[in-house]
Ligand binder design. Structure first.
Ligand code: HMG
Ligand code: MG
Length: 327
């Protein structure tokens, strides 16, 4: 397996935690419904490839996201391994379902905009807090870890640009409900590097630290990797990514795939930043999942490693300076 030449850069973190969202964000937007056995194999293979966190599924209303209607079956099939995989819960009903299966990590997901709150949660911007508050309180009382997402941080397909102050206000309110981390979602992938920098500056000015923040980039406009590098420069050390670049949100038109985990791993490896992921095993997993879905992976790194010199199909390696073993 070919890897990039390693050239560290001053001022970047030594280690990054990749929060894998492929089985949840990746599969929730597929037109095909993936069989539960394949989903379980996907989660297991991602864990085996060294991903430290794999978000498995959502306990949302099955009519709203039929692709993930098998959440109970999946978590039962994963057994003990699944208990450490976070799941989305929008409300107390979702939390009850997760608690019944012994899940230890849940994530709520709020919206920075009024329109997306209504479209994604059937609640107004204010009403979403009333839904999340008892959900987080009960999750914490039960000893669970809670992550909070805030969507539409960089732009909204209905409302256009979203003021930074509004994102910070909603994000802080969600985090202050009792979350351990706030993931800032560029749901429709419109953000650019300067915007990432100003949003991070606004959150830190509001008292949040970079280790409380994660970045969740979708790659609709091809900016995800540039935005991730900008956030790395800002000191962020948790990045959401999706194996093979799968992903999207069924309730946000123009939301496409997430930042591909392979593309992020390639960048981090080249910068000498530890991530713990075996890129070859990850690429194999994404190539396999692309076969299950019946369409090629959107990740540039998956395509290059599968087809290019040094890729699994050619049996050769790139010469000069390329490291030959996984990081
Ligand atoms: P609602 O229709 O307003 O629900 O949906 P309700 O509270 O009025 O309840 C109606 C019925 O649904 C009741 O049943 C409830 O029990 C049942 P009845 O009494 O009529 O028989 N119900 C449920 N059943 C199973 N599981 C549940 C549940 N909740 C209620 N959890 C709701 C409100 C929030 C449930 C709905 O809007 C929903 O499920 N939305 C989820 C949408 C979604 O999953 N979107 C994708 C994830 S977000 C995302 O992708 C963005 C992210 O990646 C970050 C980024 O990119 O920005 C995270
Ligand atoms: Mg997303």
């Amino acid at each position: 397996m070919t890897l990039p030449m390693v050239e560290p850069r001053e001022g970047l973190p030594d280690r990054v935690r990749i929060y894998e969202v492929g089985p949840r964000d990746g599969l929730q937007n597929e037109s095909a419904i993936v069989p539960v056995d394949a989903k379980a194999a996907f989660v297991r293979r991602l864990l085996a490839a060294g991903l430290p966190v794999v978000e498995a599924t959502s306990f949302v209303h099955p009519r709203w996201v039929p692709q993930l209607a098998d959440a109970e079956e999946l978590m039962t099939s994963l057994g003990e391994v699944g208990r450490d995989c976070p799941v989305l819960v929008p409300n107390e009903r979702g939390l009850d379902r997760a608690l019944e299966l012994g899940v230890r990590h849940v994530a709520i997901f709020g919206s920075a905009t009024e329109t997306f709150a209504q479209r994604n949660l059937n609640r107004s911007l204010d009403e979403q807090f009333a839904m999340f508050e008892p959900t987080v309180r009960r999750a914490r009382d039960a000893g669970l870890d809670v992550r909070a997402y805030v969507s539409m941080c960089f732009g909204d397909p209905w409302e256009g640009p979203v003021p930074v102050a509004q994102v910070v206000d909603v994000g802080k309110r969600l985090f202050d409900l009792g979350a351990s981390q706030l993931s800032l979602g560029d749901t429709i992938g419109v953000g650019t590097a300067g915007h990432v920098r100003s949003l991070l500056a606004a959150f830190t000015a509001a008292g949040m630290t970079t280790d409380q923040l994660a970045m969740h980039f979708h790659d609709t406009y091809g900016q995800a990797l540039a935005n991730a590098l900008t956030a790395l420069e800002g000191g962020v050390t948790t990045f959401d990514a999706s194996a093979g670049g799968l992903g999207g949100c069924p309730y946000a038109k123009s939301a496409t795939g997430n930042l591909a985990t392979e593309d992020l791993v390639w960048l981090l490896t080249g910068l000498g930043i530890e991530h713990g992921v075996d890129l070859a095993a990850l690429v194999d997993t994404s190539v396999w999942m692309a076969g299950v879905l019946g369409r090629p992976s959107p990740s540039a790194v998956v395509r290059a490693l599968r087809d290019g010199p040094g890729g699994p199909s050619s049996g050769t390696t790139l010469g000069t300076g390329a490291a030959e073993s996984p990081a």
